[in-house]
Design a protein around this ligand. Structure first.
Ligand code: PLP
Length: 396
């Protein structure tokens, strides 16, 4: 997008135009949605040599290329695969770089299905799985083994939002020859570019902010030069390719990602500050808050925050968490985040094996949508009042 001597365009300019040159397709602003399995060849020799850009639907189309090219531009990556869900974007790179007898280090605050994949399938395939404290930083050195092949990070952590010192972890892991992966779904490439900080593979549940409308499942995995060939080869081997209409929807979502994130961040920060002063809230877990323990790292490495955070209620248990959720009228009760609408869920930390979970009460994860802040606050106030009215709830 930039010519010689020109300055790099701003993030919203890149989001608006990355991945598709209208002149490449009759001037249409958006790329074509190519529904394809078979691709025809002009003659037998071309077919035998597979000597043309597209050869079969599973190997990519102009639609998947448009999204992959856009993500490459945003992530600064050598290549990106587009896969049918965020979970596939986690499992495929792990399968690509781990073999029987290898050791993998995974952050304890990882998205739960990542842990399930590691504890079941990776373990069955003979991979030794170990979890580490999200605050480990350069201390990861003590956990690295001769056969540690992958260090899997996610920052901030799922549900508890601990910031990891990614540059410190990546520098130790890379020095010891491990591949460093990061689930970057929360920050999006707008707020953090993992490959610039020593990470080899950046993962997105594009289902979340990239798609942004709660109507598509999609994942992207972007690799640097040293890891791209192996990642791409695994993608081709597994045949895990997404449907073109969904790919198109994610590309469409990307165009407005910057403006949506600006709104999510502004509202989430205002609401997080307000929540800190509300009766019944013991803690707000959001690295964008000045007094969050991860704020310094967030400020050093990230250029912004998205709209997903958690609150710890001040005492009580499941009964209070359910009273909070059941009183909400605007927030939907749903497991995802990153869409335009506000969502809430009572989160469980029972799967954690390394980190302490000494929160004052139940944790509720909130996705702050783009609705009006006054309405969101009123709904949360309703929830908090109901949680308090539910009593001490310790039995639950
Ligand atoms: C951090 C993180 N990574 C990956 C995923 C998986 O995304 P998907 O729902 O598209 O499988 C999620 C979904 O909640 C997530 O929160």
């Amino acid at each position: 997008m930039e010519g010689k001597g020109e300055t790099k365009p701003g993030i919203n300019t890149r989001l608006a135009h990355a991945g598709h040159d209208p002149r490449s397709f009759h001037g249409f602003v958006n790329p074509p949605v190519v529904h394809a399995s078979t691709v025809l060849f002009p003659d037998a020799a071309t077919m035998a040599a597979r000597n043309q850009k597209y050869t079969y639907g599973t190997r990519g189309t102009p639609t998947t290329d448009a999204l992959a090219d856009a993500i490459n531009e945003l992530e600064g990556s050598a290549g990106t695969i587009v896969v049918p869900s965020g979970l596939a974007a986690v499992t495929i790179p792990l399968l690509a770089f781990l073999s029987a007898g290898d050791h993998v280090l995974i952050v304890d605050s990882v998205y739960h299905p990542t842990r399930r994949f590691a504890d079941t399938m990776l373990t069955r395939l003979g991979v030794e799985v170990q979890y580490y404290d999200p605050l480990v930083g350069a201390g990861i050195a003590a956990l690295m083994k001769r056969n540690t092949k992958v260090v899997f990070t996610e920052s901030p952590g799922s549900n508890t939002f601990e910031m990891q010192d990614i540059p410190a972890i990546a520098s130790v892991a890379r020095e010891r020859g491990a591949v460093v992966m990061m689930d970057n779904s929360w920050a999006t490439p707008v707020h953090f570019r993992p490959l610039d900080h020593g990470v080899d593979i950046s993962i997105h549940a594009a289902t979340k902010y990239l798609a942004g409308h709660s109507d598509v499942l999609m994942g992207t995995v972007s690799a640097n030069e040293r890891c791209w060939a192996q990642l791409h080869e695994t993608f081709l081997t597994l045949g895990c390719c997404p449907a073109p209409d969904d790919v198109y929807q994610v590309l469409r979502g990307l165009r407005t990602l910057g403006v949506r994130l600006e709104r999510h961040q502004k509202s989430a920060l205002e609401i997080a500050r307000w929540l800190e002063g509300q009766p019944g809230v013991a803690r707000v877990l959001y690295p964008g808050l000045e007094n969050d323990p991860g704020h310094a790292i967030w400020k050093r490495d990230f250029s912004g925050a998205s709209g997903t955070l958690s609150i710890a209620l001040d005492g009580g248990g499941t009964k209070n968490a359910h009273a909070f959720l059941d009183a909400l009228k605007l927030f939907g009760l749903g497991y995802s985040w990153g869409g335009y609408e506000s969502l809430a869920v009572h989160v469980s930390l029972r799967d954690r094996t390394v980190t302490k979970n000494d929160y004052e009460g139940p944790l509720i994860r909130l996705q702050i949508g783009i609705e009006d802040v006054a309405d969101i606050k009123a709904d949360l106030a309703r929830g908090l009042a109901a949680a308090r009215a539910a009593g001490d709830g310790q039995e639950a």
